[in-house]
Design a binder for this molecule. Structure first.
Ligand code: PLP
Length: 429
């Protein structure tokens, strides 16, 4: 069906991005002061950190929280009889509630601790997927997936004799909703797509996608790795069934992340790993497993990570996520304008609704060379396929250079990036 017909019949997409006008603009200079690492030099130049899509820096408040946990509070959870254990358990419970509020999930039991986005998606594929996907079924992903949202589904399809279907993206880097609609059929068991593309910056119309899928009773998993630090995420408004993110991309520690899953789905899912913390009772004849989320959290959790994530979310909430989103949109506009002035630079990913991610190529200079030259000026960007090899193939490039913004970046950072980029061609002249 032609794209215009389908899109004409749909309401205008709504984007869960910084569309709320904040009352007080973000003071980025003050935000910077909260991040000690931003005071350091790199190769004799002040650090300009523009690799936030890979990982974000940590504010002093999160660092202090980790130190306090290990200095004053360290104990194992699961309700030991002594005070420290009770306090650690309470801190983890409070953190779960904090994440629930942050995502506006309906119930804290829907928040499962995992190592990160990658583990969250693997958990869903290994438990829900193995039970629900059979021979001849289909899983719909998109051309803009991170490998973490391809490989678990590809392996499941191979095992079950199911088929991976792929929604193409347009030349600007938007999901083809018309093609997506056509792919959704009676054999589709799941739609799994990113909220925000890590390589293009595209903010997908997730509410619209969920509506299209749910009309056909198809659940939706959203990879939220690149969304949660940059825009308000309201899971009840979006209506998705699974949502995954990593703490380290939202100013928290590495090694901890969140799987949100609708309670009715968690109830039907078998444990992912088995061990302490997951059970109601054990005998050599039979084990009865606990309800969610405990059933999915085998072994000692990453307690410091959990309390560190809660501190990161509190920090971001105090800044104001709407303020952060609005500020980053302004900075993205400034960065896009600055990069468009750099001779030979071609942006890859020019969707109208984007988060602060700028992927680009300069002439046919290899992106690794671009990254290395920028590093000499203290400008940290990423170069590579960004774990998106199919997307790179779609755009006919082996790799891109990528600058990615966060709320502590400033116009001076953008100017430093543009200035360093202007030197790249001269090196190869
Ligand atoms: N999905 C997206 C869109 C990402 O950007 C990333 C990390 O870059 C991941 C998944 C994987 O996240 P993690 O390595 O924290 O599990």
């Amino acid at each position: 069906m032609p794209m215009a017909n389908i899109q004409g019949s749909l309401p205008a997409p709504r984007y869960t991005c910084g569309t709320v006008a904040p009352r007080t603009p973000l003071d980025a200079a003050a935000v910077r002061r909260d991040f000690p690492i931003l005071r350091r030099d790199v190769r004799g130049r002040p650090l300009v950190y523009l690799d936030n899509a890979a990982t974000t820096q940590k504010p002093q408040r999160v660092i202090d929280r980790l130190v306090r946990y290990y200095s004053d509070e360290n104990a194992n959870v699961h309700r030991g009889v002594h005070l420290l254990s009770a306090e650690a358990t309470d801190a983890c419970d409070a953190a779960r509630e904090r994440v629930r509020q942050f995502l506006n999930a309906a119930d804290a039991r829907e928040i499962v601790w995992v190592r990160g986005t990658t583990e969250a998606i693997n958990l869903v594929a290994e438990t829900w997927g193995r039970a629900r996907v059979g021979a001849g079924d289909e899983i719909v992903v998109s051309e803009m997936e991170h490998h973490s949202n391809i490989l678990p589904w590809q392996a499941l399809c191979e095992e079950k004799g199911a088929r991976l279907r792929v929604v193409p993206v347009t030349d600007t880097g938007e999901l083809r909703l018309d093609a997506c609609t056509e792919l959704l059929g009676s054999r589709t068991r799941l739609v799994a797509v990113p909220h925000v593309s890590n390589a293009l910056g595209t903010i997908n119309p997730v509410e619209e996608l969920v509506r299209l899928a749910h009309e056909r009773s198809i659940p939706v998993l959203l990879d939220g790795a690149q969304a949660v630090a940059h825009m308000p995420v309201d899971l009840q408004a979006i209506g998705c069934d699974f949502y995954a993110f990593s703490a380290h991309k939202v100013f928290g520690p590495t090694g901890i992340g969140v799987l949100y899953a609708r309670a009715s789905l968690l109830d039907e899912m078998r444990p992912y790993q088995r061990g302490g913390g997951t059970i109601r009772s054990v005998s050599f004849e039979e084990t009865l497993y606990a309800d969610a989320p405990g059933r999915f959290e085998a072994g000692t959790p990453h307690i410091a990570g959990i309390v560190g994530l809660a501190a990161a979310i509190e920090y971001l909430t105090d800044l104001g996520i709407a303020q952060v989103a609005a500020y980053e949109q302004e900075l993205l506009a400034a960065a896009t304008a600055a990069l468009s002035e750099v001779p030979g630079l071609r942006l890859i990913g020019t969707a109208p609704h984007k988060a602060g991610i700028l992927s680009f190529a300069i002439d046919d200079i290899h992106p690794h060379d671009v990254g290395t030259i920028l590093d000499r000026s203290g400008v940290a960007i990423r170069a590579g396929h960004h774990c998106c090899q199919p997307l790179m193939a779609r755009f006919g490039v082996p790799a891109t250079a990528r600058a990615s913004l966060a709320c502590y970046n400033t116009r001076e950072d953008v100017q430093a990036l543009a200035a360093a980029l202007r030197t790249v061609r001269t090196v190869f002249a």
